[in-house]
Structure formats: structure tokens, C-alpha cells
Design a protein around this ligand. Structure first.
Ligand SMILES: [Zn+2]
Ligand SMILES: [Zn+2]
Length: 331
């Protein structure tokens, strides 16, 4: 009898395990930590160079998520606000495998070359470059690579009626357009992180067919469509997110146009922000309770946002600054 009770208790405990996603404040950089119900971890990007962002990631990984290692570090691209913290983080916690889009294409100036060499120094021997169609082999959740090294998903999806208004911009020769983007699926819940993918690639991905499909939770690309170089409306509206999370900085990303594009997403239920956007007004920011940090970087405490997702598609987003949370059901 005791044994049966113990097994029941164990079954209940394991049934309550959630998929957790943390948006760690990298002050306008990116650091998104995903922990699966079985305890595997995928960190997408490591924030800026130096100790600050690496330390914030380490604190969340160890104290919130109770991790002793990062299984996969996925670097969307080799700009400093995405890979800068990797060398410092690698000194704090073991990293199992390094996933990227292939070699950096920006190595001409000294700082870029040094950052690229620093990445290779920690990753070589544990590095795997992923192509569109590849998967990150996590148990219990599916992670599909949908953009990599300038390629995007080429097939599938429904016709996208927003494409009529799809005006292209000048080609983007930078690392941004090569961002390694992924779509995570856990039951009815889906999450899309495309790094800093820029305008023309967003259109390629979503026009004339919306290849990536609809998503539940969308990390607003490029810190909230930074300088309007990302956030092509035919793409943003077609993926039809229920909730948008913006990993902006105090004065980076989420300008007024970006806010307006997000606000016009059909059926959007909420927007959450890692930072108050100081460059715009209250009408172009979400409500105070859904903003993790409101100060300029020098005074910022680095609060994070967390989503906890159950296997039935119900999920709760929590603001670590004030404990405010709200629950949703994936459609
Ligand atoms: Zn960036
Ligand atoms: Zn901050």
C-alpha cells in the first residue's frame, strides 16, 4: 500500500512538471533559457560581453531553474548582444553543446574577429551548425530549425493574405539575416524565436505562404523590431501570436512603429516587456505590471519574465519584479 501511494505521489509530481521559458534581462541583448519538463536545457543567446549578462543567466539557471549545466547553447548569430556573454558564462557553468548557423560572416573588424575567435575557443569540439529542417534533440518537446545562415523554410503553410502589402527593403548582408531561428512545439503550445532576423527574410518565410504557421508565444524579433529593420507586418500578423514577449532594452527596440505593428496582430491577447521602452510614451508600452524593468541600464536590477507551460497547453507568465502573473490557454 505504501509503495502504491509513493508511486501515485511520484506520478502526480512528474505530471506537474512544466516547460519553463525565462527571458533574462540582457539590457537590449538576448538570453532566453528553456527548461523542458524532463529537466533538459536550451539557452538561446548569452547577452552582451562581460560578466553582467553571464552572471544574470547563471543566477536564473541555478537558483530559479536549478540547473547544474546548460545542455545546449544555441547562438542565433554572432553579434555581440547575442554571443558576447558566452565566454564568461562558460566559466560559470558547464555547456554541453554549441549550436549555431555556421561560421560568422562578420570578421573584418578587430572586435568582431576577437568575439568570433572567443566563441570558437570555447565551442570547438562541441560545436554543431544546424540547417533549416534540423531539430534540436530535446526529449518531450520538438524544436525545429526554421531559419539558418540565410535560408528559411521553403515549403508548406497556407496562403498569406497580408502579403499584398509586402514591400521589400535593401538586402541585409549582416549576421542578422543569417539568424538561426527555431520553433518549439509542446502539445498545443508553440514558441518562436528568430533571433534578429531582418525584414526580407521574414517576408521570405511568410510570403506567399506562411511556412512557419501560427504560434502561441512570439519573442518579438530583433528586440522588438529594432530600428524597424525587422517586424514586416505580413509576417508578424500571419504568425498570429496569442502573446508577444519583447526582450528590448531601455532604449533599444520597441519603437512606436514596432508597438503599432504588434498591437494590430489579429487576436493578440497580451504583450509583455523585459524593459520599459524609454524612447516612446505610455501609449506605446504595455501596462506597468507586465514590464520587468523600468529603469535605465545603470540602475537596472535585471528582473526576468518567466512562462510556465503545462502539457495541456495552459501557461502562466510571471514578472519576477512584482510577482504579477497571468494565465492563458494555447489555442
Ligand atoms: Zn540583437
Ligand atoms: Zn535592465
Amino acid at each position: 500500500m505504501l509503495k502504491i501511494l509513493f508511486l501515485l505521489a511520484a506520478a502526480t509530481l512528474s505530471a506537474q512538471k512544466t516547460l519553463d521559458i525565462y527571458w533574462i534581462d540582457a539590457e537590449g541583448g538576448a538570453a532566453t533559457l528553456i527548461v523542458t519538463p524532463s529537466g533538459q536545457s536550451l539557452l538561446a543567446d548569452t547577452g552582451n560581453p562581460g560578466d553582467r549578462d553571464a552572471q544574470r543567466i547563471y543566477e536564473v539557471a541555478t537558483k530559479q531553474a536549478h540547473l547544474s549545466k546548460i545542455d545546449y547553447l544555441l547562438t542565433t548569430h554572432f553579434h555581440s548582444d547575442h554571443v558576447g556573454g558566452a565566454p564568461a558564462l562558460a566559466k560559470l557553468i558547464p555547456i554541453g553543446a554549441y549550436l549555431d548557423h555556421g561560421d560568422s560572416v562578420e570578421t573584418k573588424n578587430l572586435a568582431d574577429a576577437q568575439r568570433w575567435e572567443a566563441y570558437k575557443a570555447i565551442a570547438t569540439g562541441h560545436r554543431k551548425s544546424l540547417a533549416v529542417g534540423d531539430k534540436v534533440p530535446l526529449k518531450g518537446v520538438r524544436v525545429d530549425i526554421v531559419t539558418s545562415n540565410g535560408d528559411v523554410l521553403a515549403k508548406g503553410g497556407e496562403a498569406n493574405s497580408y502579403c499584398a502589402s509586402a514591400a521589400k527593403k535593401d538586402p541585409d548582408p549582416t549576421e542578422n539575416a543569417r539568424s538561426l531561428g527555431f520553433k518549439l512545439t509542446y502539445g498545443k503550445f508553440t514558441f518562436l524565436d528568430l533571433g534578429d532576423l531582418t525584414w526580407n527574410k521574414e517576408l521570405e518565410l511568410s510570403c506567399p505562404q506562411n511556412k512557419v504557421g501560427q504560434v502561441t508565444l512570439f519573442q518579438a524579433t530583433h528586440h522588438g523590431f529594432y530600428n524597424d529593420n525587422s517586424g514586416a507586418p505580413p509576417h508578424v500578423w500571419a504568425i498570429h501570436p496569442q502573446v508577444v514577449i519583447v526582450n528590448n532594452g531601455p532604449r533599444k527596440g520597441l519603437g512606436a512603429n514596432a508597438w503599432d505593428t504588434i498591437a494590430k496582430i489579429p487576436g493578440l491577447e497580451d504583450t509583455w516587456q523585459v524593459h520599459l521602452s524609454l524612447a516612446t510614451d505610455a501609449a506605446h508600452n504595455t501596462s506597468e505590471q507586465k514590464i520587468a524593468n523600468s529603469e535605465p541600464t545603470t540602475e537596472c536590477k535585471g528582473s526576468f519574465l518567466k512562462a510556465s507551460i503545462s502539457s495541456d497547453g495552459k501557461y502562466t507568465i510571471t514578472n519576477s519584479r512584482n510577482g504579477f502573473s497571468k494565465s492563458y490557454a494555447a489555442r
